[in-house]
Design a protein around this ligand. Structure first.
Ligand code: NAP
Length: 340
């Protein structure tokens, strides 16, 4: 016997990827529902070899459904996630709404799979922000060996992290630059994104950081260790899919770059590609459609006592969202629900 699974936001970037990954990983699905807004009623989405017709979330009854994978914005999540949870369906949510709630586990299965066992307080489990998810997969095995004191991270985040509209804006602006009769004003992003980079993701906080940067700090503490200090600069770049991160780490104990490479090679969810030659590293375009988080450019930082630099790249729609959510569903199934 398998699970009755609802994918909420099935017409979006993350929702479509969730359906792909449920099929690719042969998640034990007995019944599946694709849900979105009324605007998308009847829109067809793929689930493996099958085509599903999208249903209206507002009219959907979650009674008798086991798991709902949510990938809609925070406002709509606020209305519908409690409704699903109350009906007995476990919500695995991709929005930021519940991530910092002490009664909601925030889970990256390679790091803290056991935390799913706390799901029952609200019947909700949160998925972290895309930039946090790929970073903590790489941090955790290094932290276990040498205790990370401080992280300095700069991100290079693709436009798909801003949903379908973000991808459309990069596409339309790029075309318009070659066809100057048309001008596409920035709408989703604050400045022109085509042929540009923008050091601003999400809203500004009082201290001058942005909410995206704050999320990386708060979520790393909740998932890995509250003692780790994190400072982040999050930057949007004109790449369709795949986030990259340049990460500087300071440890309590000395960690040699060769040992770090071996530790990362053996760690779950990671793939090390680190040759000190032309092209001996991974770039965003190469990670699209992959499950792994890639680590390259592993090297000592000799300007501090115990320092290391790494370059981490992953498909933000997969590890940063849909894959992580399906992995949470798998952990929930194995540890708690025990069907399938
Ligand atoms: N993209 C990423 O890398 C990423 C990573 C981590 C987390 N997330 C989070 O995941 C969520 C979805 O992101 P996305 O990139 O997939 O966005 P998207 O491509 O813009 O898709 C949004 C989806 O939400 C649905 N939706 C919006 N308002 C709705 C409503 N009131 N009722 C029902 N359905 C509604 C849309 O349905 P219609 O097509 O019918 O409008 C669509 O299916 C967001 O909370 C985002 O912050 C995204």
């Amino acid at each position: 016997m398998g699970y009755k699974v609802a994918v909420v936001g099935a017409t979006g970037n993350v929702g479509r990827e969730m359906l792909n990954i449920l099929a690719e990983r042969e998640f034990p699905v007995d019944e599946i529902a694709a849900l979105a807004s009324r605007r998308s009623l009847g829109t067809e989405v793929s689930f493996g070899d099958r085509t599903l017709k999208t249903q209206d979330l507002e009219a959907f009854d979650f009674t008798g459904w086991d798991i709902a994978l949510f990938a809609i914005g925070s406002d709509a999540t606020k209305t519908y996630a409690p409704r699903a949870a109350k009906a007995g369906c476990v919500v695995i949510d991709n929005s930021s709404l519940y991530r910092y709630d002490p009664d909601v586990p925030l889970v990256v299965p390679e790091v803290n799979a056991e935390a799913v066992e706390g799901y029952a307080k609200k019947n909700i489990i949160a998925n972290p922000n895309c930039s946090t998810a790929q970073m903590v997969v790489a941090l955790k095995p290094l932290h276990d060996r040498a205790r990370i004191k401080r992280v300095v991270v700069s991100t290079y985040q693709s436009v798909s992290g801003a949903g379908k509209e973000g991808m459309d804006e990069l596409w339309d602006q790029t075309k318009a630059i070659y066809n100057p009769t048309e001008e596409i004003e920035p709408k989703k992003f604050q400045k022109q994104i085509a042929f540009n980079v923008i050091p601003h993701i999400d809203v500004f906080m009082e201290d001058g950081s942005t909410k995206e940067e704050w999320k990386m700090v708060a979520e790393t503490k909740k998932i890995v260790d509250p003692a780790i200090k994190v400072t982040a600069t999050c930057v949007r770049v004109p790449v369709f899919v795949g986030h990259a991160e340049a990460i500087n780490l300071e440890f309590e104990d000395h960690l040699d770059e060769d040992e770090a490479r071996d530790i990362l090679r053996a760690a779950p969810g990671l793939m090390v590609v680190d040759k000190r030659e032309d092209g001996g590293y991974v770039t965003p375009i190469e990670c699209v459609g992959d499950f792994a988080t890639f680590v390259s450019r592993i090297r000592q930082d000799s300007t501090i006592d115990n320092g290391l630099n790494i370059w981490v790249v992953s498909d933000n729609l997969r590890k940063g969202a849909a894959l992580n959510a399906v992995q949470i569903a798998e952990a929930l199934g194995q540890r708690c629900l025990k069907k399938g």
